[in-house]
Design a protein around this ligand. Structure first.
Ligand code: C2E
Ligand code: CA
Ligand code: CA
Length: 547
């Protein structure tokens, strides 16, 4: 038997092969084979998945007459296969052709490689699968659901609310700490069969296998939201966060991984739009959109049929109980649908643009009404009108307001506009210019739902404001909730320092009223002293001259 001197000394393994892949000679002790392998088929030593690589290499070595290299797993007797780097040539001048193959142990490479592939598919901060691997897992779940006719699964996306603020306050190190802590909590909530991944800066994603009902997805989402509500300790400080979660279910909300992901994302953004800290299902969006179209046309019709009207909720002096003014609140009553809450139709009017029309109507109507009541003997009475974000952005807002005042003959001091912090902060410079112009015309400005926005307090000094309306949520648990007591006290002293009046909204109990008036709150509004009523009822109840 001819020896292939060139091959066996430097390599871990060497063989001489016939054209049909039969071993003619082998130095294979490295592979734990002590018996002679001559006469056996070489493919029997190769891991079945790698046989193709060998066959292609042999073919090329024969026809191209060049060295061929490939990496494959060789089988060892009774041991795990071992990764080998193989090089193969046709031995010159052999006929029939013979081949020499030498191989080197490269298992250490593969370890490195699996480390590299781990790094490429995992997020280094949290050790969770990353977006790349997550996409792959969606595809795998879709395929296996189809193949095994298994129930579907839920794809859940989570985005932390206001994470940028955390980064700004605690720096990136603090932000990273929080992400790690969040990942830790999330990991505890999912089952072993579920996948959890970090797919972006503050975005996490879940595959909940076997979860096919909205109700079950909701339970998981609520558990997650609750787990994130518990405070975090970052850098020695206590931190409270929340998240927005969107869910799409396979196959109901998308049969392809891409569309499924997109729909979960849409649901998540819709949760964000609702102010965060909530869960949305893609299905609800689809239904809502369908519902919205019919509601939008019903609104158009309602405007034509005069179904919109204004109610007025009285605002009283907290210490004397004297009526000072009223907030105008829009109402929509359709003979068939009944009353629809403004919390439902105002956002829709906002997106559809109908708010422009309705907003102008409210301003004119409210100014007329206030003027009429002033003429009836209530000279100091003022009306407070809500201005929506879209209305505030409109170029002609000032003209509309001036028009309503001129037309009704109401003195500008009889009109207050309610604007939320969020609206002002969208474009603080422009907001400042508009407010200054309104102020110089004599109209007063109130910040509505004060305390629920995120913006800094420094803007209070910059804008020409008159009133802060403390949101109902801070009033609800007075005087028992210590935190709310502290917040209200702080707002009252802040307002005093800045020369602003304060209206407390949603006052429902004597206890709340008593607390507020003792702390020096100027005005109160709430069910305790008066619910919103239509103009006639309002006049009868609150505007009798014989009080
Ligand atoms: P908002 O401006 O915060 O109005 C106060 C809401 O609190 C009103 O709800 C009022 O009825 C309710 N409220 C007042 N006192 C109490 C109380 O003691 N207890 C409870 N539980 N609720 C109380 P409403 O009328 O349903 O209006 C909801 C929202 O719709 C308003 O919130 C406002 O943002 C919007 N809205 C109403 N009318 C208009 C309008 O003409 N234009 C615009 N842009 N938005 C409006
Ligand atoms: Ca308001
Ligand atoms: Ca309010």
């Amino acid at each position: 038997m001819q020896t292939t001197e060139t091959t066996h000394s430097i390599s871990d393994f060497s063989v001489r092969l016939s054209l049909r892949g039969v071993i003619l000679e082998a130095h294979a002790s490295f592979l734990e084979y002590d018996d002679d392998l001559a006469g056996e088929s070489f493919t029997g030593l190769i891991h079945p998945e790698d046989v193709g690589k060998f066959e292609r290499a042999m073919e090329s070595a024969l026809f191209l007459e060049r060295k061929q290299s490939f990496v494959c797993r060789l089988l060892r007797k009774g041991l795990l296969p071992i990764w080998m780097d193989c090089h193969m040539i046709r031995i010159p001048d052999t006929s029939p052709p013979e081949f020499a193959l030498i191989a080197f142990d490269v298992s250490h490479w593969r370890e490195d490689e699996s480390r590299i592939s781990y790094l490429a598919t995992h997020d280094p901060l949290t050790d969770l699968p990353n977006r790349l691997l997550f996409n792959d897992r969606i595809a795998v779940n879709v395929a296996s659901t189809q193949r095994h006719k298994q129930p579907g699964f839920a794809l859940q996306l989570l985005d932390l609310d206001g994470f940028k603020k955390v980064n700004d306050t605690f720096g990136h190190v603090g932000g990273d700490e929080l992400i790690k802590a969040v990942a830790g909590r999330l990991r505890m909530l999912v089952r072993d069969s579920d996948t959890i991944a970090r797919i972006g800066g503050d975005e996490f994603a879940f595959i909940l296998s076997g979860v096919q009902k909205a109700r079950d997805a909701e339970i998981v989402a609520k558990k997650i939201l609750a787990a994130l509500h518990r405070p975090f300790r970052i850098d020695g400080k206590t931190l409270y966060i929340s998240a927005s979660i969107g869910t799409a279910i396979y196959p109901d909300h998308g049969k392809e991984p891409v569309s499924l992901f997109k729909h979960a994302e849409m649901a998540m953004y819709s949760a964000k739009d609702q102010g965060g800290n909530c869960w949305r299902l893609f299905d609800d969006l689809a239904n809502q959109e369908k519902g919205d179209v019919s509601m939008e046309s019903a609104m158009h019709e309602g405007i034509r049929n005069g179904e919109f009207l204004l109610h007025y909720q009285p605002i009283f002096c907290a210490s004397t109980g004297k009526l000072r003014g009223a907030e105008a609140l829009m109402r929509w009553e359709n003979p068939e649908r009944g009353a629809t809450s403004p919390a439902v139709f105002i956002p829709l009017a906002e997106t559809s643009g109908l708010i422009d029309l309705l907003g102008r109507w409210v301003l004119r109507m409210a100014c007329h009404q206030a003027r009429q009541w002033q003429e009836n003997g209530f000279q100091d009475f003022y009306v407070s009108v809500n201005v929506s974000p879209r209305q505030f952005r409109q170029e002609r807002l000032i003209d509309t307001i001036k028009g309503a005042l001129d037309e009704s003959g109401l003195d500008p001091s009889g009109l207050m506009l309610e604007i939320t912090e969020g609206i002002l902060m969208q474009d603080p410079e422009r907001s400042g210019a508009i407010l200054n112009e309104l102020k110089s015309s004599g109209v007063r400005i109130a910040i509505d739902d004060f305390g629920t926005g995120y913006s800094s307090l420094s803007y209070l000094k910059k804008f020409p404001l008159s009133v802060l309306k403390i949101d109902k949520s801070f009033v609800d648990e007075l005087p028992h909730c210590e935190e709310d007591v502290a917040i209200i006290s702080a707002v009252l002293s802040l307002a005093r320092g800045l020369g602003l009046s304060v209206v407390a909204e949603g006052v429902e109990t004597e206890e709340q009223l008593d607390f507020l008036s003792r702390r020096g709150c100027d005005l109160i509004q709430g069910y305790l002293k008066g619910r919103p009523l239509n103009g006639i009822a309002f006049r009868e109840k609150f505007l009798t001259n014989d009080e």
